[in-house]
Design a protein around this ligand. Structure first.
Ligand code: AFP
Length: 343
């Protein structure tokens, strides 16, 4: 069962991490520092996002990232904030981001650590200008032994190798959701004190749900098992499922996943035939993998439709995968439909 914490038992993120290090031995001092630094950068991003039009950072930066997507000014600002916060602490061997073609080395003037950090600095950024929740997603890997100057190949590890994963949602409040491989915990930014007290520990995703999240406008591009699954949901009480389903789609993965973590649901971004060269829209290393680790740690499931996301062996830093994640029974059903279709 998940548990909420009251303000009388306030446990800050720092205290939580120190206890994880001291009592449970889950993390070492470097990983603790890394998480604290990422949280500090998220606080700064939250402030920049919260300024809205007053910050002068709304709108397009007039550039494109490696995916060919238009970068928003806040994408660039968020990327810079995460780089600046993390490069000098001595806990990282390198960083990689959705917004940079290649990994970012640690400048020679700083010491290097044992970890690799991969992030999507501002997920859902096409929602910024319309004041809808956006967020930051991150994943932490170990730098392979003996590699002093990690390049792309050092990052190409399956999601099972992640030592930590998390996201921040910049919504009506700013929340930080974190897993260190021992459950999922939620912290809420206290804007007056500037810290992240623990507000919920051991989040659990219900096994069953009647809520799905998908961009239905792509329906004509879907493969047959995908259409079968959604047709059955849409048929509601009159169809084979015998009950009605509701749909929600924020188009910010962080916000959709956060809803699922809070009350259950299934999130789907399938492979589609719109552009057969792209196996889905979402990126494996800094969207699918960290979210899959969080969802599994909360008792849910996460697949590509055919295999567990965390088992996918990456071949490129920016590769895409189909994503099915959330309430276990729905993810297993739609995965079974895909497997049957390829058998
Ligand atoms: P942006 O960061 O370009 O807004 O993309 C957001 C996203 O990667 C993910 O957060 C959403 O779930 C998904 O794309 C929305 O995709 P559609 O625009 O195709 O609905």
């Amino acid at each position: 069962m998940s548990s909420s914490t009251s303000s009388s038992a306030r446990i800050s993120l720092s205290r939580f991490l120190i206890e994880q290090q001291r009592e449970k031995g889950h993390i070492n001092a470097d990983l603790r520092l890394l998480i604290e630094v990422v949280a500090r950068a998220c606080k700064r991003i939250s402030i920049a996002v919260g300024k809205g039009a007053l910050g002068g950072a709304l709108g397009s930066a007039g550039t494109e990232n490696v995916q060919g997507e238009t970068q928003k000014k806040l994408d660039v600002v968020s990327n810079e904030l995460l780089l600046e916060a993390n490069e000098w602490g001595g806990h990282l061997a390198a960083l990689a981001s959705e917004e940079m073609d290649d990994p970012h080395p640690i400048p020679h003037r700083y010491p290097k650590g044992e970890y690799l950090l991969v992030f999507d600095p501002l997920d859902g950024s096409s929602n910024i200008d319309v004041n809808i929740s956006v967020g930051t997603i991150f994943s932490v890997l170990r730098c392979p032994d003996g590699i002093k100057d990690p390049d792309e190949s050092a990052f190409l590890q399956p999601g099972t190798k992640q030592v930590a994963a998390g996201y921040a949602v910049y919504g009506s409040s700013t929340v930080l959701v974190l897993t260190l491989g021992d459950g999922v915990h939620q912290f809420t930014l206290d804007r007056e004190y500037g810290d992240f007290p623990l507000t919920q520990s051991n989040l659990r995703i219900p096994e069953d749900t009647s809520e799905f999240a998908i961009n239905m406008s792509n329906i004509r591009h879907w493969e047959p098992p995908m259409r079968r699954y959604i047709d059955e949901l849409l048929a509601g009480k009159t169809g084979p499922r015998g009950r009605d389903f509701n749909m929600r789609w924020v188009a910010s993965m962080v916000a959709d996943v956060h809803r699922i973590l809070t009350r259950g649901g299934i999130f789907i971004y399938p492979r589609d035939l719109k552009d057969p060269s792209k196996p889905g829209k979402l990126r494996l290393m800094y969207e699918a993998n960290p979210m899959a680790m969080i969802v599994e740690q909360a008792g849910g499931a996460a697949t590509t439709g055919l295999q567990r996301i965390l088992d996918v062996q990456p071949t490129q830093l920016h590769q895409r995968v189909p994503v099915f994640l959330g309430s276990r029974n729905e993810v297993e059903r739609v995965t079974a439909y895909h497997r049957e279709a390829t058998a």
